[in-house]
Design a binder for this molecule. Structure first.
Ligand SMILES: Cc1cc2nc3c(=O)[nH]c(=O)nc-3n(C[C@H](O)[C@H](O)[C@H](O)COP(=O)(O)OP(=O)(O)OC[C@H]3O[C@@H](n4cnc5c(N)ncnc54)[C@H](O)[C@@H]3O)c2cc1C
Length: 245
């Protein structure tokens, strides 16, 4: 289990980078830097002048070795409470309340080995990006395959960095499935994730995955997990992070 902390502290927004039309990365430097494992998340607390509080969880997309800042890739949800605040109000230099790291189960470090199978939809790629960045930063050649589901080519968060990671030819494979766009690369898909796709993707790993992480909406996680179990992956080797809805 990874260590966690429920202690609230302030963090300064040091950089803001648009990633896709709906997702922007916010780089936060906590006043008291904390160690974390790839896959963990933080809680954010916003407090209105009348005392009303809103708390939301956000995965850490940066790698543990990247610090002292952490990167959160936040998707703007129409009529949401917290994500529009980040996209419309938050600015470099602002301080916000944060606690973490949190989540002891959805974590991977190079010493955990592989093959590693990562499956994410939309902003659910964030904790998986942390794992791949950590893998690359540590110089690991553990076989790893990331399957990302996004609406279009331009909605793939971290797309250029992901393709560069694959280009390093150190055993990392990236597979995109675009639900509302044509595939642009050999081996990519253009449909919603299904059992046949997962069976095909599993066969691209040199050996069956020993660690599998799925992140996204409840429906996406359920579909992926059911298909993996049907394909013979042991349920105890599958870990899931659900973003809700
Ligand atoms: C462990 C974990 C990690 C996460 N990591 C990330 C991450 O890295 N990036 C990311 O973008 N998200 C992440 N999330 C999701 C995040 O926590 C928020 O749920 C998300 O940002 C939406 O929050 P919000 O306040 O903007 O929207 P909310 O106010 O929570 O609303 C969510 C949706 O519900 C709708 N809604 C709200 N109230 C009503 C109502 N009364 N009637 C009808 N519809 C309504 C809104 O329109 C909106 O579309 C994570 C979640 C978890 C649990």
């Amino acid at each position: 289990m990874a260590s966690t902390s429920l202690h609230w502290q302030t963090a300064t927004i040091t950089r803001i980078v648009a990633r896709t039309p709906t997702v922007t990365s916010f780089f936060l430097r906590p006043a008291e830097p904390f160690g974390f494992r790839a896959g963990q998340h933080v809680d954010i607390r916003l407090v209105a002048p009348d005392g009303y509080e809103a708390r939301r969880a956000y995965s850490i997309a940066s790698a543990p070795e990247d610090g002292p800042w952490i990167e959160l890739a936040i998707e703007r949800l129409e009529s949401g409470e917290v994500s529009p605040f980040f996209h419309e109000v938050a600015a470099v230099g602002d301080e916000i309340e944060v606690r973490g790291p949190l989540g002891g189960h959805f974590v991977w470090s190079v010493e955990d080995g592989g093959p590693l199978l990562l499956i994410g939809a939309g902003s659910g790629v964030a904790p998986l990006m942390s794992m791949l960045r950590h893998r690359a930063g540590a110089g690991s050649t553990v076989p790893a395959l990331l399957l990302v589901s996004a609406r279009t080519w331009n909605d793939v968060i971290f797309r250029d960095e992901l393709l560069a990671l694959e280009g390093a030819k150190d055993g990392a494979q990236i597979v995109l499935t675009l639900t509302r766009d044509k595939p642009r690369r050999a081996g990519d898909f253009s449909r919603r994730l299904d059992a046949a796709m997962l069976a095909e993707v599993l066969a691209r790993l040199p050996d069956p995955p020993q660690r599998t992480f799925i992140c996204g909406s409840n429906a996406f996680v359920d579909t992926a997990a059911d298909a993996l179990v049907a394909a013979g992956v042991a349920p105890q080797d599958i870990r899931a992070e659900r973003y809700g809805v």
